[in-house]
Design a protein around this ligand. Structure first.
Ligand code: ACO
Length: 403
């Protein structure tokens, strides 16, 4: 009889690392994170500097090509993205197949996956220019696809992209303009949205990026890979957290209820967790959360009629949790998504769209990783092993002899 435990010993070094806590799945030159010191670098540039001085398309260029563009390179890159913002008219018909109250992430998975049916025949994944074209198409079309999902759920006509606007401004236009009513993009909203896109653009081997890489390692086309990434992003432990934070704050309702919810978060028999708290890598603070917290104040001051009571509640919850032994011991701090939902609310973006916003931003990172991986001449299919815990080898028992 085959002794499975002996077999593992004979294999030599066999690592079991659930959750990949200490196992690098690849080598990458795109993003660096020091979780202890709260450092995040895109291609060597600190996120604080990029947040203060750059914009989403410049950051996308940086992530893809490894250097900041000069003026004419940025102009050309912006022009190419703008050139691809339209979606095929027959793609618009897809939306009608969805239930009227479908979650935008469900629509996004379907519509982005269906881009494979439009473009993969023209895509040579072994050719760099062809890969770049796919990446451009994806980054350019994501806001159009996401805004169209929103318009569909609202029962409103879809709005075509307006290419004189910035990337963030165009998205706001497609979300809020009506055919009969022009929409003036507010510069504060535009800047805040652009900042969120910069902060969410990449974060090395998170669950969705790893999904894109694993799917891509088999030679799957990038549209299919990004659809897989969107599906992985949707979960509340990952990109779905921003929506879950707002739901949680609404459920808490009032500062007087905070201790009750903190007690629930500590209770191991209760599945409740403080959403927006904790991170697999950041164990002191999430530098993106620090930047975004500041922006929250500015946006609410300029855009909201009064302070958002949920923001007040979030600040109170943060204050109480950060003094609590349970959170201190486990190094649980607010992550970027503890605040992003509050900014989206101030921009009138509905809660169901929050994770879709994340997907728009992360498409830049997904494509950076996919292109980096596909350019590697030593690329091997990702094929993790497992630690088998099932029955040892046994003989088949005919049906009539089974008890
Ligand atoms: N609330 C309460 N307890 C928590 C929380 C939380 N939000 N997060 C972690 N813990 C506890 C765990 O119960 C565990 O306690 P134990 O050691 O007593 O068993 C300990 O802290 C370590 O937690 P793990 O689950 O092992 O941490 P992991 O690195 O696997 O998970 C994660 C990280 C998924 C982000 C987790 O902290 C979480 O679920 N947070 C809430 C969801 C969230 O905000 N996700 C967004 C992540 S950021 C992003 O995707 C942009």
């Amino acid at each position: 009889v085959l002794d499975i435990s002996k077999l593992y010993k004979e294999v030599g070094c066999f690592t079991v690392d659930p959750g990949f806590s200490a196992t690098a799945s690849c080598a990458s030159g795109i993003t660096f994170i020091d979780g202890e010191q709260g450092i995040l670098l895109y291609r060597g540039y600190p996120i604080e500097q990029l947040a203060a001085r750059s914009n989403f398309l410049e950051v996308t260029y940086l992530l893809w090509y490894g250097k900041l563009p000069n003026e004419s390179q940025l102009q050309q890159f912006t022009h190419e993205v703008v050139h691809h913002t339209m979606i095929n008219e027959s793609l618009r018909l897809f939306y009608q197949g969805f239930h009227h109250d479908a979650h935008p992430m469900a629509v996004l998975v379907g519509v982005v996956g269906s881009l494979s049916a439009f473009y993969h025949d023209y895509l040579d994944i072994h050719d760099q220019k062809s890969r770049e074209m796919a990446a451009l198409r994806l980054v350019a079309k994501m806001p159009t696809i996401a805004a169209a999902a929103y318009k569909y759920t609202m029962g409103q006509p879809q709005i075509y992209p307006k290419n004189s606007l910035s990337y963030a401004g165009n998205f706001l236009h497609m979300m809020f303009a009506m055919p009969t009513q022009p929409y003036e993009v507010d510069p504060v909203a535009e800047r805040a949205l652009d900042l969120l896109l910069v902060l969410h653009a990449d974060h090395e081997q998170n669950a969705s990026t790893s999904t894109v890489r694993l799917a891509g390692s088999s030679g799957a086309n990038p549209f299919a890979c990004v659809a897989a990434g969107i599906a992985a992003l949707w979960g509340p432990a990952h990109g779905g957290a921003n929506e879950a934070v707002i739901r949680m704050l609404q459920e808490i309702g009032d500062a007087k209820n905070i201790p009750k919810y903190i007690a629930r978060a500590k209770d191991k028999k209760d599945p409740f967790r403080l959403m927006g708290f904790g991170h697999r890598v950041y164990k002191n603070f999430d530098p993106r959360a620090t930047i975004i917290r500041e922006t929250c104040y500015q946006v609410l001051e300029k855009l909201a009629d009064s302070r958002d009571p949920l923001f007040e509640l979030a600040l109170r919850l943060e204050e109480i949790a950060l003094k609590d032994e349970y959170f201190i011991e486990r190094k649980l701090y607010p992550n970027v998504d503890f605040y992003s939902g509050i900014i989206y609310r101030a921009l009138n973006i509905p809660m169901s769209m929050f994770t879709a916003m994340f997907a728009i931003a992360r498409t830049a990172g997904w494509m950076a990783h996919w292109m980096e991986m596909m350019a590697d001449p030593e690329l091997r299919i990702g094929r993790p092993r497992q630690l088998y815990t099932g029955p040892v080898m046994r003989d088949y028992v005919p049906l009539e002899e089974r008890k």
